[in-house]
Design a protein around this ligand. Sequence first.
Ligand SMILES: [Cu+2]
Length: 150
Amino acid sequence: MKKSLAVLVAMSFFAVMLAFAETNQPLAASVVTVKAPAVVADTALGTATEVYMELTNKGKVAHTVVAAMSRVARQTQLHRFIVVGGKQVMKQVRDIHLASHHETDLKSGGFHVMLMGIKKALKAGMDLPVTLIFEDGSNLVVNARVHKSA
Ligand SMILES: [Cu+2]
């Protein structure tokens, strides 16, 4: 009796471990790292500006940034620069794909997080909190350092 119970417990433990290994990928927020999050305080843009950063997905599967939020802006969107008729324009995108074991740079001329309706005056050296939300619901708060426009 005791022996069979021990076997049952061992078997169910093994089943849980198997299920965990099969379905539980680590959350995106635990495998995506962020370097050099930055905002350019560009007065020409008025109260909107881009946030750039280097995102590295160290996980075994691809992840996706599906949204971004910031309490310092009225609206935060995911954007990409595209060229239309020889001119660079921004377009809102649904998500930003982060391939496995790959660095994806949000940079000038490419993908970026757009802060619109910024509620305070941007000064060099300030840190703006921006939250990245991933496809699995996990999220990452980054502090984007404000730089003077070149
Ligand atoms: Cu933009």
